[in-house]
Design a protein around this ligand. Structure first.
Ligand SMILES: C[S@@+](CC[C@H](N)C(=O)[O-])C[C@H]1O[C@@H](n2cnc3c(N)ncnc32)[C@H](O)[C@@H]1O
Length: 297
Protein backbone atom coordinates (compact mmCIF):
# COMPACT_ATOMS: atom_id res chain seq x y z
CA UNK A 1 0.00 0.00 0.00
CA UNK A 2 1.26 3.44 -0.80
CA UNK A 3 1.29 5.62 2.28
CA UNK A 4 -0.37 8.99 2.05
CA UNK A 5 -0.69 11.82 4.44
CA UNK A 6 -4.22 12.72 3.63
CA UNK A 7 -6.03 15.70 5.02
CA UNK A 8 -9.75 15.50 4.84
CA UNK A 9 -12.68 17.41 6.24
CA UNK A 10 -11.96 19.63 9.19
CA UNK A 11 -15.06 20.97 10.82
CA UNK A 12 -15.65 23.21 13.81
CA UNK A 13 -14.17 21.90 17.03
CA UNK A 14 -16.22 22.35 20.21
CA UNK A 15 -14.08 24.44 22.52
CA UNK A 16 -14.11 21.71 25.14
CA UNK A 17 -11.85 19.45 23.14
CA UNK A 18 -8.63 20.56 24.72
CA UNK A 19 -5.73 20.13 22.41
CA UNK A 20 -7.70 20.86 19.29
CA UNK A 21 -6.21 23.32 16.94
CA UNK A 22 -7.17 25.07 13.77
CA UNK A 23 -5.63 25.50 10.38
CA UNK A 24 -3.08 23.60 8.39
CA UNK A 25 0.49 22.53 8.99
CA UNK A 26 1.50 25.74 10.71
CA UNK A 27 -1.30 25.80 13.21
CA UNK A 28 -0.73 26.28 16.88
CA UNK A 29 -0.52 22.95 18.67
CA UNK A 30 -1.12 22.81 22.38
CA UNK A 31 2.38 21.71 23.38
CA UNK A 32 1.40 21.20 27.01
CA UNK A 33 -1.39 18.82 26.05
CA UNK A 34 0.78 17.07 23.46
CA UNK A 35 3.46 16.57 26.11
CA UNK A 36 0.93 15.06 28.52
CA UNK A 37 -0.23 12.63 25.81
CA UNK A 38 3.40 11.64 25.19
CA UNK A 39 4.12 11.22 28.90
CA UNK A 40 0.93 9.23 29.24
CA UNK A 41 2.16 6.93 26.44
CA UNK A 42 5.55 6.55 28.10
CA UNK A 43 4.29 5.96 31.64
CA UNK A 44 1.40 3.68 30.68
CA UNK A 45 3.16 2.02 27.72
CA UNK A 46 3.41 -1.42 29.31
CA UNK A 47 -0.24 -1.36 30.30
CA UNK A 48 -1.35 -0.37 26.81
CA UNK A 49 0.74 -3.21 25.39
CA UNK A 50 -0.94 -5.66 27.77
CA UNK A 51 -4.39 -4.37 26.76
CA UNK A 52 -3.52 -4.91 23.09
CA UNK A 53 -2.19 -8.40 23.83
CA UNK A 54 -5.45 -9.21 25.65
CA UNK A 55 -7.75 -8.28 22.72
CA UNK A 56 -9.84 -11.27 21.57
CA UNK A 57 -8.70 -11.10 17.95
CA UNK A 58 -9.50 -13.98 15.60
CA UNK A 59 -6.46 -13.26 13.46
CA UNK A 60 -3.70 -10.69 13.19
CA UNK A 61 -5.23 -7.41 12.04
CA UNK A 62 -3.83 -5.99 8.80
CA UNK A 63 -5.80 -2.75 8.57
CA UNK A 64 -6.22 -0.81 11.80
CA UNK A 65 -7.88 2.55 12.42
CA UNK A 66 -6.91 4.59 15.50
CA UNK A 67 -9.75 7.05 16.20
CA UNK A 68 -8.77 10.22 18.08
CA UNK A 69 -5.15 9.09 17.85
CA UNK A 70 -3.63 12.19 19.46
CA UNK A 71 0.15 12.03 19.20
CA UNK A 72 0.12 8.28 18.53
CA UNK A 73 0.19 6.40 21.85
CA UNK A 74 -2.06 3.68 20.45
CA UNK A 75 -0.83 3.89 16.86
CA UNK A 76 2.76 3.00 17.74
CA UNK A 77 1.83 0.34 20.29
CA UNK A 78 -0.38 -1.31 17.65
CA UNK A 79 2.30 -1.09 14.94
CA UNK A 80 4.76 -2.74 17.29
CA UNK A 81 2.43 -5.56 18.26
CA UNK A 82 1.26 -6.24 14.70
CA UNK A 83 4.31 -5.93 12.43
CA UNK A 84 2.33 -6.58 9.22
CA UNK A 85 -0.39 -4.05 9.96
CA UNK A 86 -1.01 -0.55 8.61
CA UNK A 87 -2.63 2.05 10.83
CA UNK A 88 -4.87 4.90 9.71
CA UNK A 89 -4.57 7.51 12.45
CA UNK A 90 -7.48 9.94 12.68
CA UNK A 91 -7.78 13.14 14.68
CA UNK A 92 -9.20 16.65 14.39
CA UNK A 93 -5.88 18.18 15.33
CA UNK A 94 -3.52 18.77 12.42
CA UNK A 95 -0.83 19.58 15.00
CA UNK A 96 -1.09 16.19 16.71
CA UNK A 97 -1.08 14.44 13.35
CA UNK A 98 2.04 16.34 12.36
CA UNK A 99 3.77 15.23 15.58
CA UNK A 100 2.61 11.67 14.94
CA UNK A 101 4.06 11.72 11.41
CA UNK A 102 7.37 13.06 12.72
CA UNK A 103 7.52 10.21 15.22
CA UNK A 104 6.62 7.68 12.54
CA UNK A 105 9.55 8.91 10.44
CA UNK A 106 11.92 8.86 13.43
CA UNK A 107 10.91 5.25 14.10
CA UNK A 108 11.11 4.25 10.45
CA UNK A 109 7.46 3.18 10.24
CA UNK A 110 6.12 6.05 8.12
CA UNK A 111 5.19 3.66 5.31
CA UNK A 112 2.81 1.87 7.68
CA UNK A 113 0.95 4.98 8.89
CA UNK A 114 -1.59 7.17 7.14
CA UNK A 115 -2.89 10.23 8.94
CA UNK A 116 -6.35 11.59 8.31
CA UNK A 117 -7.57 14.88 9.72
CA UNK A 118 -11.28 14.59 10.37
CA UNK A 119 -13.94 15.58 12.86
CA UNK A 120 -15.60 12.36 13.97
CA UNK A 121 -18.55 14.32 15.32
CA UNK A 122 -19.83 14.76 11.79
CA UNK A 123 -21.92 12.30 9.81
CA UNK A 124 -19.71 12.24 6.76
CA UNK A 125 -16.57 10.40 7.85
CA UNK A 126 -13.84 10.28 5.23
CA UNK A 127 -12.86 6.99 3.63
CA UNK A 128 -10.97 5.08 6.32
CA UNK A 129 -10.83 1.78 4.43
CA UNK A 130 -12.30 -1.44 5.83
CA UNK A 131 -10.37 -2.09 9.03
CA UNK A 132 -10.36 -5.38 10.88
CA UNK A 133 -9.50 -3.55 14.10
CA UNK A 134 -10.65 -0.11 15.23
CA UNK A 135 -8.96 1.30 18.33
CA UNK A 136 -10.22 4.31 20.26
CA UNK A 137 -8.37 5.22 23.45
CA UNK A 138 -9.58 8.11 25.61
CA UNK A 139 -11.29 9.60 22.57
CA UNK A 140 -14.85 8.26 22.47
CA UNK A 141 -15.85 10.30 25.52
CA UNK A 142 -15.05 13.43 23.53
CA UNK A 143 -17.75 12.69 20.98
CA UNK A 144 -20.76 14.99 21.16
CA UNK A 145 -23.01 12.13 20.06
CA UNK A 146 -21.27 8.86 21.03
CA UNK A 147 -24.17 6.68 19.78
CA UNK A 148 -23.81 8.09 16.30
CA UNK A 149 -20.02 7.65 16.39
CA UNK A 150 -20.38 4.01 17.54
CA UNK A 151 -22.79 3.33 14.67
CA UNK A 152 -20.28 4.84 12.23
CA UNK A 153 -17.57 2.55 13.63
CA UNK A 154 -19.81 -0.49 13.17
CA UNK A 155 -20.45 0.46 9.56
CA UNK A 156 -16.73 1.05 9.02
CA UNK A 157 -15.48 -2.29 10.37
CA UNK A 158 -14.98 -5.35 8.23
CA UNK A 159 -17.48 -8.12 9.05
CA UNK A 160 -16.24 -9.89 12.18
CA UNK A 161 -13.90 -7.00 12.91
CA UNK A 162 -13.15 -5.84 16.43
CA UNK A 163 -13.64 -2.45 18.06
CA UNK A 164 -11.51 -1.76 21.14
CA UNK A 165 -12.76 1.11 23.27
CA UNK A 166 -10.32 2.12 25.99
CA UNK A 167 -11.65 4.65 28.45
CA UNK A 168 -10.83 6.26 31.77
CA UNK A 169 -12.91 7.67 34.56
CA UNK A 170 -10.56 10.54 35.29
CA UNK A 171 -7.02 11.84 35.22
CA UNK A 172 -4.42 9.95 37.31
CA UNK A 173 -3.66 10.83 40.91
CA UNK A 174 -0.09 11.35 42.06
CA UNK A 175 0.15 12.72 45.59
CA UNK A 176 -0.27 10.83 48.88
CA UNK A 177 -3.54 11.59 50.67
CA UNK A 178 -1.75 13.54 53.41
CA UNK A 179 0.01 15.88 50.96
CA UNK A 180 0.89 18.64 50.81
CA UNK A 181 1.74 19.17 54.44
CA UNK A 182 -0.03 22.56 54.53
CA UNK A 183 -3.24 21.33 52.86
CA UNK A 184 -3.64 17.52 53.11
CA UNK A 185 -6.04 16.04 50.56
CA UNK A 186 -5.53 18.93 48.14
CA UNK A 187 -5.30 16.78 45.02
CA UNK A 188 -8.74 15.19 45.57
CA UNK A 189 -10.27 18.59 46.25
CA UNK A 190 -8.73 19.98 43.08
CA UNK A 191 -10.24 17.12 41.07
CA UNK A 192 -13.60 17.60 42.78
CA UNK A 193 -13.44 21.30 41.90
CA UNK A 194 -12.81 20.34 38.26
CA UNK A 195 -15.70 17.84 38.20
CA UNK A 196 -18.32 20.47 37.34
CA UNK A 197 -16.35 21.49 34.27
CA UNK A 198 -15.91 17.89 33.16
CA UNK A 199 -19.57 17.02 33.78
CA UNK A 200 -20.56 19.86 31.52
CA UNK A 201 -17.94 19.50 28.81
CA UNK A 202 -17.07 15.77 28.71
CA UNK A 203 -20.23 14.16 30.16
CA UNK A 204 -19.43 10.74 28.66
CA UNK A 205 -16.11 10.39 30.47
CA UNK A 206 -16.41 7.44 32.86
CA UNK A 207 -19.51 6.09 31.06
CA UNK A 208 -20.34 2.40 30.79
CA UNK A 209 -19.70 1.78 27.10
CA UNK A 210 -20.99 -1.81 27.15
CA UNK A 211 -24.72 -1.02 26.78
CA UNK A 212 -23.99 1.73 24.27
CA UNK A 213 -21.95 -0.67 22.14
CA UNK A 214 -24.72 -3.27 22.29
CA UNK A 215 -27.32 -0.66 21.31
CA UNK A 216 -25.15 0.29 18.34
CA UNK A 217 -25.24 -3.31 17.09
CA UNK A 218 -22.00 -4.71 18.51
CA UNK A 219 -21.53 -7.91 20.46
CA UNK A 220 -19.43 -7.06 23.50
CA UNK A 221 -17.08 -10.03 23.75
CA UNK A 222 -15.14 -8.97 26.80
CA UNK A 223 -14.47 -6.13 29.16
CA UNK A 224 -11.56 -5.58 31.47
CA UNK A 225 -10.47 -2.91 33.92
CA UNK A 226 -6.82 -2.55 34.72
CA UNK A 227 -5.63 -0.78 37.82
CA UNK A 228 -2.36 1.02 37.40
CA UNK A 229 -0.03 1.91 40.23
CA UNK A 230 3.45 3.05 39.34
CA UNK A 231 5.91 4.12 41.99
CA UNK A 232 7.49 7.31 40.74
CA UNK A 233 9.88 8.17 43.54
CA UNK A 234 12.93 8.63 41.36
CA UNK A 235 11.33 9.06 37.97
CA UNK A 236 11.71 12.41 36.27
CA UNK A 237 9.04 11.32 33.78
CA UNK A 238 6.49 10.74 36.53
CA UNK A 239 7.36 14.15 38.01
CA UNK A 240 6.75 15.88 34.67
CA UNK A 241 3.57 13.87 34.11
CA UNK A 242 2.23 14.86 37.55
CA UNK A 243 3.24 18.47 36.99
CA UNK A 244 1.59 18.71 33.56
CA UNK A 245 -1.55 16.97 34.78
CA UNK A 246 -2.01 19.09 37.90
CA UNK A 247 -1.31 22.26 35.96
CA UNK A 248 -4.18 21.44 33.63
CA UNK A 249 -6.46 20.52 36.51
CA UNK A 250 -5.61 23.89 38.08
CA UNK A 251 -6.76 25.58 34.88
CA UNK A 252 -10.30 24.26 35.25
CA UNK A 253 -10.47 23.89 39.05
CA UNK A 254 -9.27 27.37 40.04
CA UNK A 255 -12.67 29.14 40.12
CA UNK A 256 -14.12 26.49 42.45
CA UNK A 257 -11.10 26.12 44.78
CA UNK A 258 -10.72 27.97 48.08
CA UNK A 259 -7.89 30.54 48.32
CA UNK A 260 -5.73 28.40 50.65
CA UNK A 261 -6.01 25.39 48.36
CA UNK A 262 -5.25 27.50 45.32
CA UNK A 263 -2.17 28.98 47.01
CA UNK A 264 -0.96 25.49 48.02
CA UNK A 265 -1.57 24.20 44.49
CA UNK A 266 0.37 27.12 43.04
CA UNK A 267 3.24 26.36 45.39
CA UNK A 268 3.30 22.74 44.19
CA UNK A 269 3.35 24.05 40.63
CA UNK A 270 6.07 26.63 41.30
CA UNK A 271 9.18 24.92 40.02
CA UNK A 272 11.37 27.36 42.03
CA UNK A 273 9.65 26.59 45.31
CA UNK A 274 11.23 24.16 47.78
CA UNK A 275 7.72 22.66 47.95
CA UNK A 276 7.52 22.12 44.19
CA UNK A 277 5.94 18.90 43.03
CA UNK A 278 9.11 18.17 41.07
CA UNK A 279 11.13 17.96 44.32
CA UNK A 280 8.88 15.37 45.92
CA UNK A 281 10.01 11.77 46.16
CA UNK A 282 6.62 10.34 47.13
CA UNK A 283 4.73 10.55 43.82
CA UNK A 284 2.93 7.51 42.44
CA UNK A 285 0.81 7.22 39.31
CA UNK A 286 -2.59 5.82 40.24
CA UNK A 287 -5.17 5.36 37.54
CA UNK A 288 -7.50 2.88 35.84
CA UNK A 289 -8.30 2.00 32.27
CA UNK A 290 -11.29 -0.01 31.12
CA UNK A 291 -11.36 -1.69 27.74
CA UNK A 292 -14.38 -3.06 25.92
CA UNK A 293 -13.78 -5.48 23.06
CA UNK A 294 -16.79 -5.34 20.76
CA UNK A 295 -17.30 -7.36 17.60
CA UNK A 296 -19.28 -6.33 14.60
CA UNK A 297 -21.93 -9.03 14.47
C1 LIG B 1 -7.30 12.35 25.44
S1 LIG B 1 -6.76 12.40 23.77
C2 LIG B 1 -6.32 10.70 23.49
C3 LIG B 1 -5.30 10.56 22.39
C4 LIG B 1 -4.79 9.14 22.13
N1 LIG B 1 -5.85 8.26 21.68
C5 LIG B 1 -4.10 8.57 23.33
O1 LIG B 1 -4.51 7.53 23.82
O2 LIG B 1 -3.09 9.18 23.78
C6 LIG B 1 -8.28 12.58 22.85
C7 LIG B 1 -8.03 12.79 21.37
O3 LIG B 1 -9.29 12.77 20.68
C8 LIG B 1 -9.25 13.79 19.69
N2 LIG B 1 -10.64 14.17 19.40
C9 LIG B 1 -11.53 14.72 20.25
N3 LIG B 1 -12.70 14.95 19.61
C10 LIG B 1 -12.53 14.53 18.33
C11 LIG B 1 -13.37 14.52 17.19
N4 LIG B 1 -14.60 15.01 17.24
N5 LIG B 1 -12.88 14.01 16.04
C12 LIG B 1 -11.62 13.52 15.99
N6 LIG B 1 -10.78 13.52 17.03
C13 LIG B 1 -11.23 14.01 18.20
C14 LIG B 1 -8.45 14.90 20.34
O4 LIG B 1 -7.94 15.81 19.39
C15 LIG B 1 -7.38 14.11 21.06
O5 LIG B 1 -6.28 13.88 20.24
Amino acid sequence: MTPTNQHTSHHGEGGHHSGHAHGGHHEHVDRGQAEILDLDAEVLGEHMASIIAWLPLESEPRQIVDLGCGTGAGTFALLERFPDAHVTAVDTSAGYLQLLREKACARGVERRVRTVQADLDTDDWPDLGTPDLVWASASMHHMADPDRALTSVRELLAPGGLFAVVELAGFPRFLPADAPESRPGLEERAHAAADGFHAEHVPHRGADWGPMLTAAGFTVEDERTITVRIEGARSETVGRYAYGGLRRIRGVAAPALGPEDLAALDELLDTDSPNSLLRRDDLTVRTERTVWAARRA
